[in-house]
Design a protein around this ligand. Structure first.
Ligand code: AP5
Ligand code: MG
Length: 214
């Protein structure tokens, strides 16, 4: 099963991707996570990406397209994949179409998770992420059992550099300007499903699974 989780920063793409991995045993491919890993290693990709990510702007298309082309060829994607945070521009979506058709594969579901800006800002300013396994928590909506520590691996929880209110506002604008046109792009291809992203994590999960199971 090949699917895309589309939606603004903080809508719950990463949270729902982790649930879908456990249900369908297919990998989550998050360009944001791959880029943050590159920044940690201080690789040339990471050094270039950091200048864009710190401002909440998009990393240039050619860099992320190359990441995805290489990642989709790995054998763990043979049974399917969950794209989280890619594509983010029409150019990226067109490149994905080309790569998938070269692989003899195609998209089955694009879920657009819809959440209003006020709620997105609340979710992002309160988010804490595990340094070790990447699991996302929220200080109020999804707190860890032990303050500052990951439930799954006991790793240290930290706040992402781009989760400051000023950067969040730019990320929301970038989403509106550059990524939201993908909603009609995928509507035209008849694979788009809009999901109300307001509700508990469990409720959103049920909305996604209901569509997949019918
Ligand atoms: P990326 O890492 O993809 O960030 P994003 O799209 O801004 O999305 P987030 O990861 O912030 O949010 P999410 O939707 O995953 O929400 P989460 O589940 O964590 O990208 C970062 C940067 O990398 C970009 O700005 C760009 O610079 C670059 N980049 C990445 N991909 C790129 C691409 N393709 N092209 C160019 N540049 C690219 O949830 C958020 C919080 O809410 C958590 O605290 C969670 O616990 C909580 N929460 C989740 N669900 C609920 C719920 N139902 N109710 C209450 N709280 C909830
Ligand atoms: Mg995420």
């Amino acid at each position: 099963m090949n699917l895309i989780l589309l939606g603004p920063p903080g809508c719950g793409k990463g949270t729902q991707a982790k649930i879908l991995i456990d249900t369908y045993h297919i990998p989550q491919i998050s360009t944001g996570d791959i880029l943050r890993e590159a920044i940690k290693k201080e690789s040339p990709l990471g050094i270039e990406a950091k200048t864009h990510m710190d401002q909440g702007s998009l990393v240039p298309d050619h860099l992320v397209i190359k990441i995805i082309e290489e990642r989709l060829k790995q054998t763990d994607c043979n049974r399917g994949f969950i794209l989280d945070g890619f594509p983010r521009t029409v150019a990226q979506a067109e490149a994905l179409d080309t790569t998938l058709s070269e692989m003899g594969s195609k998209l089955e579901y694009v879920f657009s998770i819809e959440v209003d800006d006020e709620e997105l800002i609340r979710r992002l300013t309160g988010r804490r992420v595990c340094r070790k396994c990447g699991e996302s928590y929220h200080i109020e909506f999804n707190p860890p059992r032990q303050d500052g520590l990951c439930d799954s691996c006991q790793g240290e929880l930290y706040q992402r550099d781009d989760d400051k209110e000023e950067t969040i506002r730019n990320r929301l604008k970038v989403y509106q300007d550059q990524t939201s046109p993908l909603i009609s792009f995928y509507q035209r291809k008849d694979v788009l499903h809009s999901i109300d992203g307001i509700g508990s994590i469990e409720e959103i999960k049920k909305r996604l699974l209901n569509i997949i199971n019918t």
